[in-house]
Design a binder for this molecule. Structure first.
Ligand SMILES: [Zn+2]
Length: 271
């Protein structure tokens, strides 16, 4: 039973959210259940029981369905469900809080590594699931820190925080699937093209993403390798990107995190 391959499900919710489910032997963990209803329907249809909830940060579209889901699990006589989230999140229903590099055992011998990734919010976790014999592709559940071709808004943290958080992601294997929480890709690509109009990887990705959306398919997950080639916020350490930020701000941009600050401000007002 322990060698049963993991299964994964991506459930759309609200306008543009994705809820992520990790399944083994009809038991599942849910990442950021902003809405409980589509998850409960999926579980009932597939006879899956809830084992635990992983929370990335305190925003309502990430936690809004969690308590309903916990209640529902209790009523249906399931084994106790554990809710896990980042330290200092202020979330009241958590059973366990995690810090950077903490390990979470999702299933026997299936260990996710927590990463502290402040920036979008100060208390923000990501969960990395490495490649194993039963998990062919490493996966990153990154909430609202990294998006396909973009990054989260800086509501609480600084550009320096976000830069360091994205650098943690850059260290992960290139084939890591980036399971972010929103389908923002086309508008992110529009901005990225305004910054690097001649980036050939970005031009190719733009075409591919437009086609996926045209066919009502998700553009997510992407990979860390792709993000490093097309995402301006993952490319802030390149001298060319620092130069672009320097020219755009007409100020003195010397470091990657200063470049990220300029790019993030440009994106905030980009139409
Ligand atoms: Zn958020």
């Amino acid at each position: 039973m322990e060698n049963t391959p993991l299964q994964f499900k991506q459930i759309p919710a609200f306008n543009d959210n994705y809820l992520w489910v990790i399944i083994q032997n009809l038991q599942a963990w849910v990442v950021d259940p902003g809405d409980a209803n589509p998850i409960m329907s999926f579980f009932e249809q597939e006879n899956i029981v809830l084992k635990g909830i992983l929370i990335t940060h305190h925003h309502q579209d990430h936690i809004g369905g969690a308590e309903q889901l916990l209640e529902w699990a209790k009523k249906s006589n399931q084994p106790p469900v554990i809710a896990i989230g980042p330290l200092h999140s202020g979330i009241t229903f958590l059973d366990r809080v995690i810090e950077d590099q903490d390990e979470v055992e999702l299933f026997p011998q299936v260990i996710a590594r927590a990463l502290a990734v402040p920036g979008h919010t100060l208390s923000h976790a990501a969960y990395f699931l490495p490649q194993t014999t039963i998990n062919p592709s490493p996966r990153l559940y990154c909430g609202d820190t990294l998006f396909a071709t973009g990054c989260g808004r800086l509501f609480e943290g600084s550009a320096q925080d976000m830069y360091q958080s994205l650098q943690k992601f850059a260290q992960l294997p290139n084939e890591t699937l980036v399971c972010c929480a929103h389908e923002y890709t086309l508008s992110n690509i529009k901005f990225a093209l305004s910054v690097e109009e001649k980036n050939p990887d970005l031009l190719a990705w733009s075409k591919q993403a437009a086609e996926l959306r045209h066919n009502q398919l998700p553009t997510v997950p992407t990979t860390i390798g792709l993000e490093k080639r097309v995402n301006p916020f993952m490319r802030c350490d390149l001298p060319s990107m620092i130069e672009i930020a320097q020219q755009a701000s007409q100020g003195s941009v010397r470091s990657p995190s200063e470049a990220l600050a300029v790019l993030r401000k440009m994106k905030d007002s980009f139409k």
